[in-house]
Design a protein. Sequence first.
Length: 221
Amino acid sequence: MIRLDDVGKAYRRGSHTLWALRGVSLEIPAGEFHVVVGPSGSGKSTLLHLMATLDVPTEGTVWLDGRATAACSDETLTLLRRDRIGLVFQAFNLLPYLTSRENVALPRLLQRLPHRQVRREADEWLDAVGLTARADHWPHELSGGEAQRVAIARALITQPRLLLADEPTGNLDSARGLEILTLLATLAPKSGVTTVLVTHSADAARFGHRTTRLRDGRIDP
Ligand SMILES: Nc1ncnc2c1ncn2[C@@H]1O[C@H](COP(=O)(O)OP(=O)(O)OP(=O)(O)O)[C@@H](O)[C@H]1O
Ligand SMILES: [Mg+2]
Protein backbone atom coordinates (compact mmCIF):
# COMPACT_ATOMS: atom_id res chain seq x y z
CA MET A 1 0.00 0.00 0.00
CA ILE A 2 2.67 2.51 1.07
CA ARG A 3 6.37 2.13 0.51
CA LEU A 4 9.11 4.60 1.34
CA ASP A 5 12.52 4.06 -0.23
CA ASP A 6 15.37 5.87 1.48
CA VAL A 7 13.23 8.97 2.00
CA GLY A 8 14.69 12.21 3.28
CA LYS A 9 13.22 15.66 3.85
CA ALA A 10 15.44 18.69 4.33
CA TYR A 11 14.47 22.19 5.40
CA ARG A 12 16.84 24.95 4.42
CA ARG A 13 17.24 28.03 6.58
CA GLY A 14 19.75 30.37 4.97
CA SER A 15 22.97 28.41 4.61
CA HIS A 16 21.90 25.81 7.16
CA THR A 17 20.15 22.56 6.17
CA LEU A 18 18.08 20.64 8.68
CA TRP A 19 17.23 17.05 7.81
CA ALA A 20 13.83 16.48 9.43
CA LEU A 21 13.85 12.95 8.02
CA ARG A 22 16.72 10.90 6.57
CA GLY A 23 17.19 7.40 5.16
CA VAL A 24 13.68 6.27 6.02
CA SER A 25 12.62 3.03 4.32
CA LEU A 26 9.32 1.53 5.32
CA GLU A 27 6.68 -0.72 3.81
CA ILE A 28 3.11 -0.76 5.09
CA PRO A 29 0.91 -3.46 3.58
CA ALA A 30 -2.78 -2.90 2.81
CA GLY A 31 -5.01 -3.22 5.84
CA GLU A 32 -2.27 -2.72 8.41
CA PHE A 33 -2.74 -0.44 11.42
CA HIS A 34 0.73 1.04 11.77
CA VAL A 35 1.82 3.20 14.69
CA VAL A 36 4.80 5.57 14.42
CA VAL A 37 6.11 6.75 17.77
CA GLY A 38 8.86 9.24 18.48
CA PRO A 39 9.62 12.26 20.62
CA SER A 40 8.75 15.83 19.65
CA GLY A 41 10.79 16.94 16.65
CA SER A 42 11.66 13.40 15.54
CA GLY A 43 9.99 13.90 12.15
CA LYS A 44 6.59 12.24 12.67
CA SER A 45 4.47 15.00 11.10
CA THR A 46 7.00 15.39 8.29
CA LEU A 47 6.66 11.67 7.56
CA LEU A 48 2.85 11.84 7.60
CA HIS A 49 2.80 14.87 5.29
CA LEU A 50 4.95 12.99 2.78
CA MET A 51 2.56 10.01 2.92
CA ALA A 52 -0.39 12.40 2.47
CA THR A 53 1.33 13.93 -0.59
CA LEU A 54 1.01 17.30 1.13
CA ASP A 55 4.78 17.60 0.82
CA VAL A 56 7.46 16.16 -1.45
CA PRO A 57 10.60 14.34 -0.29
CA THR A 58 13.99 15.96 -0.84
CA GLU A 59 15.40 12.54 -1.63
CA GLY A 60 14.08 9.03 -2.05
CA THR A 61 10.67 7.85 -3.26
CA VAL A 62 7.22 7.61 -1.71
CA TRP A 63 5.05 4.93 -3.34
CA LEU A 64 1.28 4.89 -2.85
CA ASP A 65 -0.57 1.93 -4.35
CA GLY A 66 2.40 1.21 -6.61
CA ARG A 67 2.70 4.77 -7.89
CA ALA A 68 5.64 7.06 -7.16
CA THR A 69 4.00 10.25 -5.87
CA ALA A 70 6.73 12.47 -7.37
CA ALA A 71 5.77 11.21 -10.85
CA CYS A 72 2.07 12.12 -10.40
CA SER A 73 0.59 15.34 -11.77
CA ASP A 74 -0.91 17.88 -9.36
CA GLU A 75 -4.34 16.93 -10.65
CA THR A 76 -3.76 13.23 -9.92
CA LEU A 77 -2.51 14.06 -6.43
CA THR A 78 -5.52 16.29 -5.71
CA LEU A 79 -7.89 13.45 -6.65
CA LEU A 80 -5.78 10.96 -4.70
CA ARG A 81 -6.07 13.12 -1.58
CA ARG A 82 -9.79 13.72 -2.09
CA ASP A 83 -10.79 10.13 -2.84
CA ARG A 84 -8.17 7.82 -1.36
CA ILE A 85 -6.76 9.48 1.77
CA GLY A 86 -8.47 10.39 5.04
CA LEU A 87 -6.74 12.76 7.45
CA VAL A 88 -7.19 13.24 11.19
CA PHE A 89 -5.27 15.89 13.12
CA GLN A 90 -4.65 16.80 16.73
CA ALA A 91 -6.69 20.01 16.37
CA PHE A 92 -9.79 18.27 14.86
CA ASN A 93 -10.03 20.97 12.13
CA LEU A 94 -13.83 20.94 11.96
CA LEU A 95 -15.43 23.78 10.04
CA PRO A 96 -17.04 25.97 12.73
CA TYR A 97 -20.05 27.06 10.67
CA LEU A 98 -21.11 23.49 9.82
CA THR A 99 -22.92 21.06 12.15
CA SER A 100 -21.48 17.64 12.97
CA ARG A 101 -23.56 16.04 10.22
CA GLU A 102 -22.51 18.71 7.71
CA ASN A 103 -18.83 18.36 8.62
CA VAL A 104 -19.03 14.59 8.10
CA ALA A 105 -20.95 15.02 4.83
CA LEU A 106 -18.63 17.62 3.30
CA PRO A 107 -16.05 15.30 1.62
CA ARG A 108 -18.91 13.39 -0.02
CA LEU A 109 -20.55 16.61 -1.27
CA LEU A 110 -17.19 17.64 -2.74
CA GLN A 111 -17.31 14.36 -4.66
CA ARG A 112 -20.68 15.56 -6.04
CA LEU A 113 -22.71 12.66 -4.70
CA PRO A 114 -26.50 13.09 -4.39
CA HIS A 115 -27.53 14.95 -1.21
CA ARG A 116 -29.93 12.28 0.04
CA GLN A 117 -27.29 9.56 -0.23
CA VAL A 118 -24.73 11.81 1.48
CA ARG A 119 -27.08 12.57 4.36
CA ARG A 120 -27.75 8.86 4.89
CA GLU A 121 -24.03 8.04 4.79
CA ALA A 122 -23.21 10.89 7.19
CA ASP A 123 -25.80 9.60 9.67
CA GLU A 124 -24.38 6.07 9.34
CA TRP A 125 -20.88 7.32 10.11
CA LEU A 126 -22.09 9.45 13.02
CA ASP A 127 -23.71 6.29 14.35
CA ALA A 128 -20.48 4.31 13.83
CA VAL A 129 -18.59 6.79 16.03
CA GLY A 130 -21.42 6.92 18.57
CA LEU A 131 -22.53 10.49 17.91
CA THR A 132 -26.04 10.21 16.55
CA ALA A 133 -27.27 12.44 19.38
CA ARG A 134 -24.82 15.20 18.37
CA ALA A 135 -25.65 15.31 14.65
CA ASP A 136 -27.12 18.82 14.74
CA HIS A 137 -24.59 20.29 17.17
CA TRP A 138 -22.05 22.94 16.20
CA PRO A 139 -18.36 22.19 16.75
CA HIS A 140 -18.17 24.65 19.68
CA GLU A 141 -20.90 22.63 21.42
CA LEU A 142 -18.84 19.43 21.30
CA SER A 143 -16.31 18.10 23.79
CA GLY A 144 -12.81 17.41 22.47
CA GLY A 145 -13.46 13.67 22.30
CA GLU A 146 -16.73 14.24 20.43
CA ALA A 147 -15.09 16.67 18.00
CA GLN A 148 -12.40 14.10 17.23
CA ARG A 149 -15.04 11.44 16.61
CA VAL A 150 -16.72 13.77 14.09
CA ALA A 151 -13.32 14.26 12.45
CA ILE A 152 -12.83 10.47 12.26
CA ALA A 153 -16.28 9.99 10.68
CA ARG A 154 -15.43 12.75 8.19
CA ALA A 155 -12.12 11.06 7.34
CA LEU A 156 -13.74 7.65 6.80
CA ILE A 157 -16.93 8.61 4.93
CA THR A 158 -15.15 8.54 1.56
CA GLN A 159 -13.98 4.99 2.35
CA PRO A 160 -10.36 5.97 1.75
CA ARG A 161 -7.62 3.41 1.11
CA LEU A 162 -5.38 5.21 3.57
CA LEU A 163 -6.14 6.86 6.91
CA LEU A 164 -3.43 9.14 8.31
CA ALA A 165 -3.72 10.40 11.88
CA ASP A 166 -1.30 12.92 13.38
CA GLU A 167 -1.39 12.89 17.19
CA PRO A 168 -5.18 12.45 17.25
CA THR A 169 -5.26 12.28 21.03
CA GLY A 170 -2.94 15.25 21.61
CA ASN A 171 -5.74 17.60 22.73
CA LEU A 172 -7.57 15.06 24.89
CA ASP A 173 -7.21 13.83 28.45
CA SER A 174 -5.90 10.29 28.79
CA ALA A 175 -9.31 8.62 29.21
CA ARG A 176 -10.71 10.40 26.14
CA GLY A 177 -7.49 9.67 24.26
CA LEU A 178 -7.87 5.98 25.03
CA GLU A 179 -11.44 6.03 23.72
CA ILE A 180 -10.30 7.59 20.45
CA LEU A 181 -7.46 5.08 19.98
CA THR A 182 -9.84 2.21 20.73
CA LEU A 183 -12.36 3.60 18.24
CA LEU A 184 -9.71 3.97 15.51
CA ALA A 185 -8.30 0.51 16.17
CA THR A 186 -11.83 -0.94 15.89
CA LEU A 187 -13.19 1.06 12.96
CA ALA A 188 -10.11 1.02 10.74
CA PRO A 189 -9.71 -2.76 10.37
CA LYS A 190 -13.49 -3.10 9.99
CA SER A 191 -13.50 -0.72 7.03
CA GLY A 192 -10.32 -2.26 5.60
CA VAL A 193 -8.47 1.05 5.53
CA THR A 194 -4.68 1.04 5.89
CA THR A 195 -3.89 3.30 8.84
CA VAL A 196 -0.80 5.19 9.92
CA LEU A 197 -1.05 6.87 13.31
CA VAL A 198 1.80 9.03 14.57
CA THR A 199 2.16 9.99 18.19
CA HIS A 200 4.74 10.76 20.86
CA SER A 201 2.86 8.48 23.24
CA ALA A 202 4.55 5.07 23.49
CA ASP A 203 1.28 3.72 25.00
CA ALA A 204 -0.36 3.95 21.57
CA ALA A 205 1.95 1.27 20.17
CA ARG A 206 -0.18 -1.52 21.57
CA PHE A 207 -3.11 -0.45 19.37
CA GLY A 208 -1.20 -1.14 16.16
CA HIS A 209 -0.29 -4.28 14.27
CA ARG A 210 3.24 -2.93 13.92
CA THR A 211 5.25 -0.01 15.29
CA THR A 212 8.02 2.14 13.85
CA ARG A 213 10.13 4.24 16.20
CA LEU A 214 11.55 7.53 14.96
CA ARG A 215 14.45 9.38 16.54
CA ASP A 216 16.10 12.48 15.09
CA GLY A 217 14.50 11.82 11.72
CA ARG A 218 15.71 8.25 11.45
CA ILE A 219 14.12 4.88 12.13
CA ASP A 220 15.27 3.56 15.48
CA PRO A 221 16.14 -0.10 14.89
N1 LIG B 1 8.58 23.99 7.68
C1 LIG B 1 9.67 23.73 8.40
N2 LIG B 1 10.78 24.49 8.29
C2 LIG B 1 11.88 24.22 9.00
N3 LIG B 1 12.00 23.18 9.87
C3 LIG B 1 10.92 22.40 10.03
C4 LIG B 1 9.70 22.63 9.32
N4 LIG B 1 8.81 21.67 9.70
C5 LIG B 1 9.44 20.89 10.59
N5 LIG B 1 10.70 21.32 10.79
C6 LIG B 1 11.70 20.70 11.69
O1 LIG B 1 11.80 19.34 11.37
C7 LIG B 1 11.93 18.54 12.53
C8 LIG B 1 10.83 17.50 12.55
O2 LIG B 1 9.57 18.17 12.68
P1 LIG B 1 8.19 17.40 12.79
O3 LIG B 1 7.12 18.42 12.82
O4 LIG B 1 8.11 16.38 11.71
O5 LIG B 1 8.34 16.67 14.19
P2 LIG B 1 7.27 15.84 15.06
O6 LIG B 1 7.90 14.52 15.37
O7 LIG B 1 5.96 15.84 14.37
O8 LIG B 1 7.18 16.69 16.42
P3 LIG B 1 5.91 16.96 17.38
O9 LIG B 1 5.75 15.70 18.22
O10 LIG B 1 6.35 18.10 18.23
O11 LIG B 1 4.73 17.26 16.55
C9 LIG B 1 11.89 19.50 13.70
O12 LIG B 1 13.22 19.74 14.10
C10 LIG B 1 11.25 20.75 13.15
O13 LIG B 1 11.71 21.88 13.80
MG1 LIG C 1 4.10 16.61 14.81
